[in-house]
Ligand binder design. Structure first.
Ligand code: EPU
Length: 345
């Protein structure tokens, strides 16, 4: 049987497909609804000469300009429980599924484990790329394996946790394997002996305020949703890509001299002896919170989030990001690394 054909659309606007709302166009665009469709596309003669970019929910993306290649817009759907053993449920979802809808669906079925990651924008397929994390949990802790198509050969590959090389907001897909694969489905391992992850002070405080002493997974999700809704701008209202920078990690000596000068600096010691700092605090101390540079700005309730005040282009956002990096470097001697992927430079 011939694989189903995919329409290659020319000159497609991407503004509504990135949560920052940045204007840019793709020279070519294809919506991928199944691995078979992708295989059909890879077999076509024009495939080899086109640069390509895999687009999910566009929630961790800065479009710096037009893209002269082919955007592969992942629309692969489906969610199912694929296996169960004495310790866990194994749940698989198509890469194009909305992340938060998937989390809600698992909780509705009584499979806990992803509740701390509720309300993160984006798709299931994008979650492993930057190993999404929030409120004391990283996706890697619930990840089992993923299926992906090798964009050079068209072959399907299965990658386990070790192969994905997850780190803090990091994976092989942002490094050695950048641009090599299109993730088609992800399987999670959700523990039957569930314990709430309550290490993050905000979550414990929110549950306490709600008078909940023994939270269910749904309660934790509710608390996370309340905190996120209060601190982070809804991309449907204000364009943004969540945290714009990673929280920087510094060595012990650097930390010692920083804390001597700034005793109230929030910090999180890491197992390897380094110390993670709160980038939002550093940015706020530089006076950027609530400030604008042209049509791009720093969110007034969370300085780590850059926002589109209306009509911003990629270059406006990057100019603001560079100005913030320069301030933080000048005041603290710390380099901030952007978290989103930048496309079109
Ligand atoms: N802070 C400030 N000023 C600010 C923002 C933060 O002083 O404007 C201080 C806070 O008071 C707190 C510390 O910085 O002491 C940390 O702030 P927060 O709890 O808001 O978390 P974050 O470190 O800024 C990280 C993730 C978020 C995630 C939250 C909760 C990164 C880059 N960001 O933010 O992830 O939701 O923790 O776990 O690790 C994302 O990656 O897009 C994202 C939103």
């Amino acid at each position: 049987m011939n694989p189903p054909t995919v329409l290659l659309l020319p000159d497609v606007p991407l503004q509504s497909l990135n949560t920052f709302g940045l204007p840019a166009r793709a020279a070519w665009f294809a919506a991928i609804e199944s691995p078979a469709q992708l295989a059909g596309l890879i077999a076509r003669p024009e495939w080899k000469r086109l640069r390509r970019f895999v687009l999910g929910g566009g929630s961790n993306l800065i479009l710096a300009g037009d893209f002269d290649g082919l955007v592969l817009y992942v629309r692969i759907s489906g969610r199912e429980r694929v296996a169960e053993d004495a310790d866990a449920w194994f749940v698989r979802a198509g890469a194009g599924e909305n992340w938060h809808d998937f989390v809600s669906w698992t909780l509705d079925r009584g499979w806990p484990g992803l509740e701390n990651l509720a309300l993160i924008p984006g798709t299931v397929g994008a979650a492993p790329v930057q190993n999404i994390g929030a409120y004391g949990l990283e996706m890697a802790e619930r990840f089992y394996c993923l299926e992906a198509v090798d964009l050079a050969t068209g072959e399907t590959v299965f990658l386990d946790r070790a192969a994905c090389r997850f780190g803090y907001r990091d994976s092989v897909f942002k490094r050695e394997a950048a641009g090599c694969f299109l993730i088609t489905a992800v399987t999670f391992r959700l523990p039957k002996r569930w314990q709430p992850v309550m290490g993050y002070a905000d979550v414990a405080r929110e549950l306490d305020m709600q008078g909940i002493a023994k939270p269910t997974a749904r309660d934790v999700a509710g608390a996370v949703i309340a905190i996120r809704s209060c601190k982070l701008p809804d991309p449907a209202q204000i364009g943004n890509a969540g945290s714009f920078f990673k929280n920087p990690q510094v060595d012990a000596a650097t930390f010692k001299s920083l804390i001597a000068r700034h005793p109230d600096l929030p910090h999180y010691p890491q197992p390897d002896g380094t110390v993670k700092l709160a980038a939002g605090w550093l940015i706020e101390r530089c006076g950027w919170k609530g400030k604008n540079l042209g049509p791009a700005g720093v969110y007034e309730r969370q300085a780590l989030v850059l926002v589109n005040r209306g009509g911003a282009r990629g270059e406006d956002v990057l100019r603001l990001a560079q100005a913030i990096q320069a301030s933080v470097r000048a005041m603290f001697g710390v380099d901030l690394e952007p978290e989103p992927v930048v496309l079109g430079l």
